[in-house]
Design a protein around this ligand. Structure first.
Ligand code: SF4
Length: 101
Protein backbone atom coordinates (compact mmCIF):
# COMPACT_ATOMS: atom_id res chain seq x y z
CA UNK A 1 0.00 0.00 0.00
CA UNK A 2 2.96 2.42 -0.30
CA UNK A 3 1.44 4.09 -3.39
CA UNK A 4 -1.79 4.83 -1.57
CA UNK A 5 0.12 6.19 1.41
CA UNK A 6 2.01 8.57 -0.89
CA UNK A 7 -1.21 9.84 -2.46
CA UNK A 8 -2.94 10.27 0.89
CA UNK A 9 -0.04 12.20 2.39
CA UNK A 10 -0.42 14.76 -0.35
CA UNK A 11 -3.95 15.51 0.80
CA UNK A 12 -3.85 17.91 3.76
CA UNK A 13 -2.01 15.68 6.23
CA UNK A 14 -4.34 12.70 6.13
CA UNK A 15 -3.02 9.53 7.68
CA UNK A 16 -4.16 5.94 7.51
CA UNK A 17 -6.35 5.09 10.49
CA UNK A 18 -4.13 3.58 13.17
CA UNK A 19 -0.81 5.01 11.92
CA UNK A 20 -0.57 7.64 14.62
CA UNK A 21 -1.38 5.22 17.45
CA UNK A 22 1.13 2.72 16.03
CA UNK A 23 3.77 5.43 16.32
CA UNK A 24 2.69 6.22 19.89
CA UNK A 25 0.39 9.23 19.42
CA UNK A 26 -2.56 9.06 21.81
CA UNK A 27 -5.88 8.30 20.11
CA UNK A 28 -7.33 11.39 21.78
CA UNK A 29 -5.05 13.55 19.58
CA UNK A 30 -6.38 12.19 16.29
CA UNK A 31 -9.76 12.26 14.62
CA UNK A 32 -11.31 9.79 12.20
CA UNK A 33 -12.29 11.45 8.91
CA UNK A 34 -13.41 8.35 7.01
CA UNK A 35 -13.56 4.58 7.61
CA UNK A 36 -9.84 4.32 6.77
CA UNK A 37 -8.42 7.82 7.28
CA UNK A 38 -7.61 10.06 10.21
CA UNK A 39 -5.82 13.32 10.89
CA UNK A 40 -4.28 15.08 13.84
CA UNK A 41 -7.11 16.81 15.67
CA UNK A 42 -7.40 20.42 14.61
CA UNK A 43 -5.61 20.07 11.27
CA UNK A 44 -8.84 19.68 9.30
CA UNK A 45 -10.40 22.91 10.50
CA UNK A 46 -10.78 26.02 8.30
CA UNK A 47 -8.05 27.64 10.41
CA UNK A 48 -5.90 24.59 11.15
CA UNK A 49 -4.11 24.26 14.46
CA UNK A 50 -2.88 20.84 15.46
CA UNK A 51 -3.80 19.92 19.02
CA UNK A 52 -0.22 18.69 19.54
CA UNK A 53 1.28 22.11 18.77
CA UNK A 54 2.18 24.02 21.90
CA UNK A 55 3.20 27.64 22.19
CA UNK A 56 2.38 30.75 20.19
CA UNK A 57 2.83 30.86 16.40
CA UNK A 58 5.39 33.50 15.47
CA UNK A 59 6.94 33.53 18.94
CA UNK A 60 7.85 29.94 19.75
CA UNK A 61 6.11 26.64 19.14
CA UNK A 62 6.95 22.99 19.45
CA UNK A 63 5.38 19.66 18.60
CA UNK A 64 4.47 17.86 21.81
CA UNK A 65 4.58 14.47 20.03
CA UNK A 66 7.63 15.13 17.84
CA UNK A 67 9.22 11.68 18.22
CA UNK A 68 5.89 9.98 17.37
CA UNK A 69 4.59 12.46 14.78
CA UNK A 70 2.83 10.85 11.80
CA UNK A 71 4.22 10.52 8.28
CA UNK A 72 2.93 13.81 6.74
CA UNK A 73 4.69 15.70 9.52
CA UNK A 74 7.91 13.76 8.94
CA UNK A 75 7.90 14.68 5.26
CA UNK A 76 7.60 18.41 5.83
CA UNK A 77 10.97 20.12 6.01
CA UNK A 78 11.76 23.59 7.32
CA UNK A 79 11.61 26.02 4.42
CA UNK A 80 9.92 23.68 1.96
CA UNK A 81 6.82 24.68 -0.03
CA UNK A 82 4.29 23.40 2.54
CA UNK A 83 6.21 24.96 5.42
CA UNK A 84 6.35 28.34 3.75
CA UNK A 85 2.67 28.14 2.77
CA UNK A 86 1.78 27.54 6.42
CA UNK A 87 4.07 30.38 7.53
CA UNK A 88 2.43 32.68 5.00
CA UNK A 89 -1.03 31.90 6.42
CA UNK A 90 0.24 33.29 9.73
CA UNK A 91 1.90 36.34 8.20
CA UNK A 92 5.42 34.94 8.64
CA UNK A 93 8.20 35.36 6.09
CA UNK A 94 9.35 32.26 4.19
CA UNK A 95 12.32 30.33 5.48
CA UNK A 96 15.19 29.62 3.18
CA UNK A 97 15.17 25.91 2.43
CA UNK A 98 17.57 24.14 4.72
CA UNK A 99 18.85 20.61 4.58
CA UNK A 100 18.05 18.72 7.77
CA UNK A 101 19.02 15.27 6.64
S1 SF4 B 1 4.46 18.10 13.59
FE1 SF4 B 1 3.40 17.78 15.55
S2 SF4 B 1 2.32 19.72 15.93
FE2 SF4 B 1 2.86 19.69 13.75
S3 SF4 B 1 1.05 18.83 12.74
FE3 SF4 B 1 2.48 17.14 13.13
S4 SF4 B 1 1.83 16.29 15.11
FE4 SF4 B 1 0.89 18.32 14.91
Amino acid sequence: MPGLRRVLRGIQGLILLGEASQRGVADTLTGKVSPHLACMTGTNRPEPRCVALTGEVGKGVRCSVYEARPSPCRELQPGDEKCNRARSRHGLAPLAAVRTG
